[in-house]
Design a binder for this molecule. Sequence first.
Ligand code: NAD
Ligand code: 2HG
Length: 390
Amino acid sequence: MKQDIKTYNVIAKEGLEIFPPEKYTINQSERPAALLIRSQDMHKTYFGPNVLAIARAGAGVNNIPLVQASANGTVVFNTPGSNANAVKELIVAMLILANRPVVSSIAWAKKVVGADVSLQTEKGKNHFAGTELAGKTLGVIGLGSVGSKVAQAAVGLGMRVVGYDPYISVEHAWQLSNEIPRADGLSDLLPQCDYLTIHIPYTEKNKNLITTQQLDLMKPNAVLLNYSRWGIVNEKAVVAALDNGKLQKYMTDFSSNTIIGHPKIVITPHIGGTTVEAEVNGAKMAAQTLRKYLETGNIVNSVNFPTIEMPFEAPTRLTLIHQNVPNMVGRITTILADEQINIDNMINRSREKIAYTVIDTGTIAEPLLKKMKDRLLQIPEVIRVRVLKK
Ligand SMILES: NC(=O)c1ccc[n+]([C@@H]2O[C@H](COP(=O)([O-])OP(=O)(O)OC[C@H]3O[C@@H](n4cnc5c(N)ncnc54)[C@H](O)[C@@H]3O)[C@@H](O)[C@H]2O)c1
Ligand SMILES: O=C(O)CC[C@@H](O)C(=O)O
């Protein structure tokens, strides 16, 4: 039977083409096997327990209720790094726009007409003097896929860059040149910055990371950029800091009624990852990850499940999602032994409260397969059992 993939938001066709029509339908069923989404707010969008997986084409997963998904046995994936270059390039543009009046000078130049146009524009250009980035200090909070690229690009622009990421991965640490010193904490980083850019996920811990106390530590003329998420920066504190001259400018990808119309705030409509390339990258990566999970049970790039990759070589594969409690493997294998089923290969991994077991076996007759699945589902801690055939 074909499996249906339900999409939300605009998903690049290059991603959807990864699902062959002989195996999959797209947006054809009320009971989809999996969802492929971007920024859709899944806290407000019902998805039933039949949904095996949700793939988010993009980095941030704060739009997905992860605790509920894990409890349902729904694996959530994202596409790390797929849009990092797009965000980096936008940040470079916004850093330049912060102190070069490019937009206002273009608007002015459009209005200058007449026979002496070149004379007038040459005369008027003095009103559009800016300042340069070279030699200024950029603070980067979060040195993951986006932050590490932004930091490197800023070094290329001649800026002095200071990074802060107490949880940096080994992979991203390797990508950073040794010209980029790391701050010990925000109180060390903030007083140094002419520009501060934030590239971290929105989590309970990161909510209001930048508020009055942090803004007070910044240089009076600093520019703050937030292309991470609404809520990481406290907008009321930012407006107050702009109004009393503590901050020069706030540039953000997240609009809200608190900041719209403020003369010192520049808002873009969440376009950090909106490039043709990033949309194709994200859609393809999300579709490949989903297809791998649906067809083999293997899990990569999940944000709520452990990574498991076991070559699918045997005729039958059982995948079990269960609570991470003692003796689950023992109880599962006892049922298989009772039914005289030999295990060819097995793997078990856990992540926080969730565990995942994959068991490969020979060919099993349908009635026995059904009986075994029913018995496995009777273990109270088992959340989901799937049977995959090669
Ligand atoms: N505007 C956009 O369109 C757009 C596009 C891509 C990503 N984003 C946002 O940017 C975030 C980062 O994206 P990414 O791809 O770099 O993710 P990532 O997971 O590769 O990197 C995030 C980094 O932040 C670090 N971090 C977490 N909390 C921190 C804290 N309190 N202080 C310092 N460092 C901290 C982590 O250790 C990690 O290295 C995403 O979660 C998303 O919300 C926005
Ligand atoms: O889907 C988008 O365009 C936004 C993506 C971005 O916010 C992300 O977290 O990757």
